[in-house]
Structures are given as structure tokens and as C-alpha cells.
Design a protein. Sequence first.
Length: 143
Amino acid sequence: MRRVDTDAYVSMLRDLVNEGKECRLLISGSSMAPFLVHERDSIIFSKPDRELRRGDMVFYQRDNGQFVMHRILKVKPEGLYIIGDAQTEVEGPVKPEQVFALVTKVNRKGKWIGPGNFWWWFFSTVWLRLFPIRRLILKLYPF
């Protein structure tokens, strides 16, 4: 396995997405646990083809240039409020133009899943609704 700079690699993937291509990426980091696990799971993403909504997993670029893949918690007129599944702090508002990709399916524990799958639904709806008590849940169930 060859390691490359994540920002350079994701920047190249962003260019491919802007050309209309679908891309795959191995998960790096733990902010989306327990749904997605570091170096176990991967994602498929492409340019958004619809309005973004609560529960969507999106790739965006922070103002400091860092690329991040997290989930939309809220869509408000001033922007998007975004959080990782293993996080308790919300980021935002993120401008919609900072988002360059929408995750369309994931390879989780060796199986491809997408919208309609139980775990996809659970993390995009139930887990988001549990946000107010997430800190307690994460203390009881560390990842």
C-alpha cells in the first residue's frame, strides 16, 4: 500500500467530481464512527445532483483548505450545519458552495450499502435525532 497526502489526493478527487466522475475513497479518521471505520470502510461520492438535506453525508472544504466528509445536521438560510457521527460539536454555517460531493453509497464491513439500508437510515435519521444526548451515548459506548 502506498500512502499519499490526503489534501492533495482529495483535491484531485474534487477535480474529478467536478468533471462529473464518481469517486471512491478509503475512510481515514474516526469522526464518522461507528457508521464508518478508519481504514476499514470506503465511500463512493459524486457531484450533488439535488438539494442537500439533513442526514446527507457530504464532502466539503473548510475555509482553512482542509477537506472533510461529515453529515448535515441542519439546513438553514445562512448555511449548513455539519457534524461527524462520532462528534458532539457542530460546525457551521458552512456555505453550500463549499460542498463539492455527496456520498451516494458506502462499503461498510465489506458490504455495499446506500439509501434504503437500515444502517444508512439509522445514522441519517435516528442518530441525528439523538444529537442532544450524543455526548452521554459516546461515553457509554466508546469507539
